[in-house]
Design a protein around this ligand. Structure first.
Ligand code: NAD
Length: 411
């Protein structure tokens, strides 16, 4: 829960910087709409099972609301509300014409069969289709949901509203999806890391990088950074880490993981180390790309990396953030670092609405363009106001949303 409170804190700091009045703060923090619905399905054995689903639409001042759909046992209204607000700031930082939303169902999806998951998704759409859609609120995959979930979602939505591929993003590439969507978050982390290295004057001489997590985000980040002449000296997954000061053969690691159900376990390409050791390596850049809360006040003083790029959501706890700032370790905030995914979702939505497909090269070029502009704006704000990159990102986001809110008027 602390990480969510932190988001409100970061908002308040930004609002202080901008001199935003209390009544406008309240307007910006209060969700437009939050709903809780019953999702009842018939299990394969004929029994009825009932779950609770949520959708929170936080803000639409800058455009239709955008945010993931999560199937996880810990989903509740508080969590969804916090994540919806986070999406408002994230879409504002990358300056795409969206507001923020989030949704979920409180369920462990592994306890359901494929057909049960499909029924669950369709019944949830039955409950919420009236207030979502391409111009209102566009869900996307999140924890526990996949491209397949989005395909069922779209199909059910279309039963009510007709042809509407833009009602969700993250769809299968063969079904109105986007080439390059899968790699986009990791590629974005890579693009932004290279930008940061450039600004810190450390782009020459093969900067060293350690990456925690070798799933979708971690592996694509590693691949991009190798192509950008960085030396990946350590990688890891839930089973442990691997270290080679001369540079890991990232493509060999990816091939191993692909053959082993995504796992690096049993890989013999580098020296085994623990995840805790990986975090404390003396490298130019540390990229936590696995889970949240891995850098805490207990280990923050042991972090030797010059830069920490938050590819995962909230890997650095707020107390650790303060320690790292005192130690002059640059922290690149998650709210921009992992925004490549939502940016690619935006491209998918644009193409669905235009009925015009871009190729992979164009997707990559546009991703680079959007993220680079966001990076420059954040960097400039940080320099101008003499604040951390995280504070600069929030100042930028809150300023954009507040400005749009005021410009729209309230009569
Ligand atoms: P994933 O499930 O594909 O991969 C997660 C990786 O982390 C796996 O290699 C797993 O073994 C490893 N891992 C899990 N627990 C670990 C632990 N305790 N210590 C070390 N490694 C551990 O997930 P992903 O899509 O790559 O997402 C990674 C992070 O990025 C998550 O925090 C997610 O919320 C965030 N994120 C992802 C996206 C996206 O588009 N995929 C977008 C924004 C943010």
């Amino acid at each position: 829960m602390q990480a969510f409170e932190a988001v409100v804190n970061y908002f308040e700091h930004a609002a202080d910087q901008l001199g935003i009045a209390q009544n406008v703060r309240k307007l910006l923090l209060t969700p437009k709409r939050q709903v809780e619905v019953e999702v009842a399905i018939e299990r394969d054995n004929g029994e009825v099972a009932t779950f609770v689903g949520y959708r929170v639409q936080h803000d639409n001042a800058r455009g239709p609301m955008k945010g993931g759909l999560r199937y996880h046992p810990e989903v509740d209204l508080d969590e969804v509300r916090a994540l919806a607000a986070l999406m408002t700031w994230k879409t504002a930082i990358v300056n795409i014409p969206y507001g923020g939303a989030k949704g979920g169902i409180s369920i462990d999806p592994h306890t359901l069969t494929l057909r049960e998951r499909e029924r669950l998704t369709r019944r949830f759409v039955d409950q919420i289709h009236d207030f979502i859609g391409p111009d209102r609120d566009i869900p996307a995959p999140d924890m526990g949901t996949t491209a397949e979930t989005m395909a069922w979602f779209m199909n059910q939505f279309e039963r009510y509203h007709g042809y509407s591929p833009a009602c969700v993003t993250g769809k299968p590439v063969e079904l109105h999806g986007l080439p390059g969507r899968e790699e986009a978050t990791g590629r974005g982390v890579g693009i932004l890391t290279v930008k940061l290295l450039g600004r810190m004057g450390r782009l020459t001489g093969h900067p060293t990088v350690a990456i925690q997590g070798f799933g979708n985000v971690g592996s694509h980040t590693a691949k991009f950074l190798v192509e950008a002449d960085c030396r990946i000296v350590a990688i890891s997954d839930a089973h442990g880490g691997y270290y080679d000061p001369a540079g890991i053969d990232v493509l060999a690691a990816i091939r191993h993981a692909q053959k082993n159900d995504g796992s690096l376990e049993t890989w013999e390409g580098a020296k085994p180390i623990s995840n805790a050791e990986l975090l404390e390596l003396d490298v130019d850049v540390l990229i936590p790309a696995a889970v949240g809360h891995v850098i805490t006040k207990e280990n923050a003083n042991n972090i030797r990396a010059k830069m920490v790029v938050e590819a995962a959501n909230a890997p650095v706890m707020p107390e650790a953030d303060e320690i790292l700032e005192q130690r002059q370790t640059v922290v690149f905030p998650d709210v921009l670092a992992n925004a490549g995914g939502v940016t690619a979702s935006y491209f998918e939505w644009v193409q669905n609405r235009q009925h015009y497909r871009w190729g992979l090269n164009r997707v990559r070029q546009e991703l680079d363009h959007v993220l680079s502009e966001a990076f420059e704006a954040m960097w400039e704000t940080s320099q101008k106001r003499d604040v951390s990159l995280r504070q600069a990102a929030y100042v930028l986001a809150v300023e954009r949303v507040a400005r749009a809110t005021i410009l729209r008027g309230h009569q």
